[in-house]
Design a protein around this ligand. Structure first.
Ligand code: SAM
Length: 374
C-alpha cells in the first residue's frame, strides 16, 4: 500500500466519535497522539525520529512502558499478522480496566479477518466506529479475563554449507522480523556464496550486515571469519532486538554488535571490507517497493572501504544492477532457485573512474558520498 493510502486509512482514527478526549497510546502511527497527546510506539526508526523531532512522546518498544496505563489505545494493523497480534497483546496489557482498544486497518491488509480473530480471542464482537476509504476502526472494551493471543515464533535452523564447517545453529525469531518461519531462500543462497570462491583472498576484518533481520547473515559471517568484527544494522527496532538476543545467545557479543539505523541516514561507521545485503522489497505494506533497497545501495559508498566489496541477493527478476553499477562493478556470482547473488566491487569503480579522470584532476578513487534517497 502506498504511504499516502496507508496514511488515509490510519487517519480514520481521527473521525468524529472514534477517540474519547484525553491522551492515547498509539502503535505504528502517531496521528492520534498528535491530535490528543499521549505516547506513540514506533519501531521503525524513521517514524520514531520524526515523532521525536516533533516533540511527541515516542518509544520503540511497548515493553519499555512497564508501568503505563491508558484509557484508550490505538493499534494499527500491519502486514505481519504475528507483529499485529504482538502489538495487540502489549496494547491490552497497558490498557486500563474498562478502557477502549481501537483496532484500525485497511481492507487491503486484511482488517476484516484480523478483527474476526481478535473478536474470537476476546469473546466480544467489537463495535465498528469508522468504516470508509476501504478501511475500518473497531472498538473493543477491556473487560473480563480474555486477552489477545501472541503468536509463538519458532527458532529457525541455519545450516552452514558443506565445505565450510558443516555445522548448524538455531536463531531466535520475533513476530514481524524477517524471516519468521524459516530461513529465507535468498539468505540461504547468499550464505552459500559467502563460502565459495566469491570471497577475496584477503579475509575480511570488518563486515557489515545491512538490513539484518534476525541477524542471520552477519552471524554466519562471524562464524566463518572468527577474527572479524561484525556490525548488524536494521531500521526496525524489533529486528535489532532479535539480532542482539541472537548475538548474546551464541556468545558472539565480544565482536558482533547490532545497531538501529535507517538506510537514509549517514552510516555511523565506515571502512568495512565486506557488506552483506538481502534487501527489503516492501516498505511496511504488501506492495513491492524498491525505495528502501535503493537507499541501502546508496549507503554502500559510506560503509565500505575503498577496496570494499558487497555481496547481495535478490529475486532474479528484481532490476538492481543499474543502481548498484553506480557504486562499483557488479558481477553475478550465483543464479539458482529464482534468486541471484551479485557481487559489487568498489575498487573496480575507482579504477574505471581514474581512467576517465582528466589528467591532473584528483579522483581519490572514491565514489560520490552517500546521498539520501527519500
Ligand atoms: C529481506 S529482509 C533481510 C533480513 C536478513 N538479512 C535475512 O537475510 O534474513 C530486509 C531487512 O531490511 C530491513 N530494512 C527495511 N528498510 C530498511 C531501511 N530503510 N534501513 C535499514 N534496514 C531496513 C528490514 O527491517 C528487514 O529486516
Amino acid at each position: 500500500m502506498s504511504p499516502k493510502k496507508l496514511r488515509r486509512s490510519e487517519s480514520l482514527v481521527l473521525d468524529p466519535d472514534v477517540l474519547r478526549a484525553g491522551p492515547v497510546c498509539e502503535f505504528q502511527s502517531s496521528l492520534a497522539v498528535e491530535a490528543q497527546g499521549g505516547t506513540a510506539v514506533q519501531p521503525w526508526r524513521d517514524l520514531f525520529l520524526a515523532d521525536e523531532a516533533a516533540g511527541r512522546t515516542v518509544v520503540a518498544n511497548a515493553r519499555g512502558l512497564a508501568e503505563a496505563s491508558f484509557a484508550q489505545v490505538v493499534v494499527h494493523l500491519q502486514k505481519s499478522r504475528a507483529a499485529t497480534f504482538d502489538d495487540l497483546t502489549e496494547a491490552w496489557r497497558i490498557l486500563a480496566p474498562g478502557g477502549e482498544l481501537l483496532f484500525s486497518g485497511s481492507n487491503a491488509l486484511g482488517v476484516v479477518s484480523a478483527v474476526k480473530r481478535l473478536a474470537e480471542e476476546l469473546e466480544q464482537p467489537g463495535v465498528v466506529v469508522a468504516n470508509r476509504a476501504r478501511a475500518r476502526v473497531v472498538r473493543f472494551r477491556k473487560e473480563g479475563e480474555r486477552a489477545p493471543q501472541r503468536e509463538a515464533t519458532d527458532p529457525i535452523e541455519v545450516v552452514l554449507p558443506d565445505g565450510i564447517q558443516g555445522e548448524s545453529f538455531q536463531l531466535e525469531t520475533l513476530p514481524g522480523v524477517f524471516s519468521a518461519k524459516r530461513l529465507d531462500p535468498g539468505s540461504e543462497l547468499l550464505i552459500e556464496a559467502l563460502g565459495r570462491t566469491t570471497l577475496p583472498t584477503k579475509l575480511p576484518k570488518r563486515i557489515v550486515d545491512l538490513g539484518c533481520g534476525t541477524g542471520v547473515l552477519g552471524i554466519v559471517a562471524a562464524r566463518l571469519f572468527p577474527a572479524a568484527e561484525v556490525l548488524l544494522v536494521d531500521a526496525d527496532a524489533r529486528a535489532v532486538a532479535c539480532a542482539q538476543a541472537n548475538i548474546a545467545r551464541l556468545g558472539l557479543a565480544d565482536r558482533v554488535r547490532a545497531l538501529w539505523w535507517d538506510a537514509r541516514e549517514k552510516p555511523p561507521e565506515d571502512r568495512f571490507d565486506l557488506a552483506l545485503v538481502n534487501p527489503p522489497f516492501h516498505h511496511r505494506g504488501p506492495e513491492v517497493d524498491l525505495a528502501p533497497a535503493l537507499a541501502l545501495f546508496e549507503s554502500l559508498a559510506g560503509w565500505l572501504s575503498r577496496n570494499g566489496r558487497a555481496l547481495l541477493v535478490a529475486n532474479r527478476t528484481l532490476p538492481y544492477e543499474a543502481a548498484l553499477g553506480r557504486q562499483g562493478e557488479v558481477a553475478q556470482v550465483l543464479d539458482r532457485r529464482g534468486y541471484k547473488v551479485l557481487s559489487l566491487e568498489r575498487s573496480a569503480r575507482s579504477k574505471s573512474a581514474r581512467g576517465r579522470t582528466a589528467p591532473g584532476a584528483r579522483s581519490g578513487g572514491r565514489s560520490r558520498p552517500p546521498t539520501r534517497s527519500r
